[in-house]
Write a new protein. Structure first.
Length: 325
């Protein structure tokens, strides 16, 4: 096999054809950025707390996360040449579901109550039902859009692997949200109008990280949900870093090396997602990892480092052999 060296490094955003943004997704992202500014200001004016956080913290973090998610899918859908109409419909469905979710979130924040898992009144139960249905439809629409990525040319093999693996892991991350929807043993024993929880081993509302609210005293299933969802950005960003570094690091101009490193990054990210899921399910806080978690983390980092070094060493040897011919 011969090495394929790019004459000039390129970034993921420098696609040779113009970007045809999915406008509803792009518009929704802009709206979420405007709302996030509003929520950031209001949280300092309105002191009401819900489950240990300011009532506007949840809409704030959701709006920022949704803005990033929507921009990413707007760009990805704009890259597709095949099945574009199906992709654009899927993108529009994603917008509708995200709007439905944000309406419930903002409404609950304005009322000073929780949006998730709240079935304390028929109105709250209906709102939670709308949100649950929207999340399920969102997952299906994202699945359709992600599958279409496998039937389109996305650039070289490294770019294709980065985008497709990021989308696949993002789907898994979205699905991990369902781990939070089942009733806890305490809720089964003493129903209080709440069915489901973010925290494992403790009731929601205890000590947590600022804004994020992730528990600092127990396991928190929001963490693997968040980590998984944003694989959609993290893995392509890792490729962008490689392409930029290829200006100075010759071996990274080999598309086979970049592809191998992207596979390592994707596998490592999947391992990290599994690790934080395992940690949360055991009721262990992200800020207080035990011996088992630390051991698994070190093993994962060593495996990722060795795999990455192996890819680079083999790639360098292939380049040298090609040059000597």
């Amino acid at each position: 096999m011969t090495a394929t060296l790019d004459p000039l490094p390129r970034t993921l955003l420098s696609a040779p054809r113009p970007v045809r943004w999915h406008r509803p997704l792009l518009g929704f992202a802009a709206l979420m950025l405007v709302f996030s500014v509003f929520a950031l200001v209001v949280r300092f004016i309105d002191p009401v707390e819900v489950t240990g956080l300011n009532q506007w913290d949840k809409p704030l973090k959701f709006s920022l996360s949704m803005a990033i998610y929507a921009v990413t899918w707007s760009w990805l859908i704009g890259q597709l040449e095949r099945f574009r109409r199906v992709a654009r419909v899927a993108g529009t469905v994603i917008v509708v579901t995200l709007i439905a979710e944000m309406v419930v979130l903002i409404g609950a924040a304005a009322l000073g109550t929780t949006s998730h898992f709240n079935v304390s009144t028929p109105a709250h139960a209906a709102a939670w039902g709308v949100m649950g249905a929207a999340i399920s439809v969102l997952w299906i629409a994202t699945l359709v859009a992600a599958l279409l990525l496998f039937f389109n040319h996305l650039g070289d093999s490294a770019r294709a692997v980065a985008i497709r693996s990021g989308a696949a892991l993002s789907l898994v991350g979205l699905g991990l949200g369902y781990l939070m929807t089942g009733p806890t043993s305490a809720q089964l024993a003493d129903p209080q109008g709440i069915v489901g929880a973010h925290t494992v081993g403790l009731a929601d509302g205890g000590p947590g990280l600022p804004i994020l609210g992730w528990s600092t005293s127990g396991g928190d299933l929001r963490i693997p949900h968040f980590v998984g969802m944003h694989a959609l950005q993290a893995i392509p960003l890792a490729l962008i870093a490689m392409e930029l570094l290829s200006r100075r690091v010759l071996v990274l101009r080999d598309v086979t090396v970049r592809t191998g490193l992207v596979w390592v990054a994707a596998a490592s990210y999947a391992g990290f997602m599994a690790l934080v899921t395992w940690q949360a399910l055991r009721g262990e806080s992200i800020v207080s990892p035990g011996v088992e978690t630390l051991t698994a983390s070190i093993a994962l980092m060593i495996a990722a480092l060795l795999a990455g070094v192996a890819v680079v060493v083999v790639g360098r040897a292939r380049i040298v052999a090609q040059v000597r011919r």
